[in-house]
Design a protein. Sequence first.
Length: 385
Amino acid sequence: VWALSGRARSLRPSATVAVTSRALELKRQGVDLISLSVGEPDFDTPPHIRDAAVRAVQAGGTRYTAVSGLPELREAISEKFRRENGLTHAPDEVTVTSGGKQALFNAFFALLNPGDEVLIPAPYWVSYPEMVALTGAVPVPVPTTAGSGFVLDPEALAARITPRTRMIVLNSPGNPTGAVFPPDVLRAVADLAVRHGLMIVTDEIYEHLVYDAEQVSIGTFAPEHTLTINGASKAYAMTGWRIGYAGGPRAVIAAMNALQSQSTSNACSVSQYAALAALTEHAQTAAFVESARAAYRARRDLLVAGLNALGLPTPTPQGAFYALADTRVLHPDELEAARILLEEARVAVVPGTDFGAPGHVRLSYAAGLDTLREVLARIEGALPR
Ligand code: PLP
C-alpha cells in the first residue's frame, strides 16, 4: 500500500490552524471580523510595475527564461545590491526565484546535510525551522527577549555553536518581531561566522520597511560567508507575483540554480519583467516605497501605543509591519488569548506558538488607521475587568 513520505509526515501541522479555520468560519457566517493576521501589504502593486507586466505579455515575454532569471533582471539586481546594500554580486552570483520563500528553500537544500545544526534567533518566521528540518538538518533556536526589543545577543548565539553548526539564519527587519539588528550586532555575528566557518543566510525582505533604525546588510561584513535573500513581495506590494532573489558566493548560487532547474525551471516570466520595472524605474518605485513606509510608521505608532496603553506590553518594532504583543493579561496561553481576541473582540491575530513566541500574539499593521483604532477599541472591550 502507498503511504505519505516520512518528509511529508514530518512537516509539523501549524498550531495556528485552529484559530485560522475558526476565523474563516466566523467570516462565512457573516461575522464582522477584522483580520490583522496576514503578512501582506494592503497596497496595490504600483501602476508603473503593472504596466510593465502588461507590456511584457503583449510583447511575447511569455516563455521560459534562463533558470537563474532574465539576464537584464539579474543585471538590475546586481546593481540594486551595489546601490542599496553595498554588496558586490555579479549577475552570475544572483538567482531569481518564485518568491523569497523559494530562494530560502533552495538555499537550505543547497547548503545543509542531515544532522547539521542551524542557529535561528527566536521568535522566528515559522518557515525557517520547518524548511531546515525538511533537509534533515536541526534548527537550534537562539532566544531573544522583549526587554532588548528582540534584538539578537551575539554571545547567546556563540554559546550555541557546536562542531555540527553549519549555518546562521538572520531576518532583520524581522517577522514577527519587527526587530532590526544594529550594525555592531551584525558585525559580531559576521565575525563568528568567519571564525567558525559558518554560512549566514540573511533574509532582508523587509529591508525598506525600517522606521527609526539603521538597516545594514551583514553581507558587507562577511561577503564570502553570506547569502542574501530578498524579493519583491513586501517592498513593492507584489506578493502575488512571486518574485524573490538571492545573491551570494557563486558556488552556492550555482547549486541553487541546479535545484531550480529540476523543480520550477524559472520564476514566472511576466513577473520577472514586472520586477525589472520595479528595480529600474527607480524614481517611481522609490516614491511608492517612501509613501508606504510613512503609512506603516503612522500605523505602528498608533497600534503599539494603543496596545501598551491597554496593558498588552509591546516593544516598538523598528521595521517590517508586525507587532508582537504580550497577551498574558488575557490568558497565559497564547492560543487561548488569540481565541479570546477572535471570539470576544472579533479580531483575528496569529498566536506566537509557531513563531517560538509563547505568551505573545502577532498583529500585522498592514491595515488602515481607522481599522487599527477599531481594533484597539474592540480589544479594550475584551479585556478582563
Ligand atoms: N521571509 C519572511 C520573513 C517573510 O515574512 C515572508 C513572507 O511572509 C517571506 C520571506 C516570503 O515572501 P515571498 O515568498 O512572498 O517573497
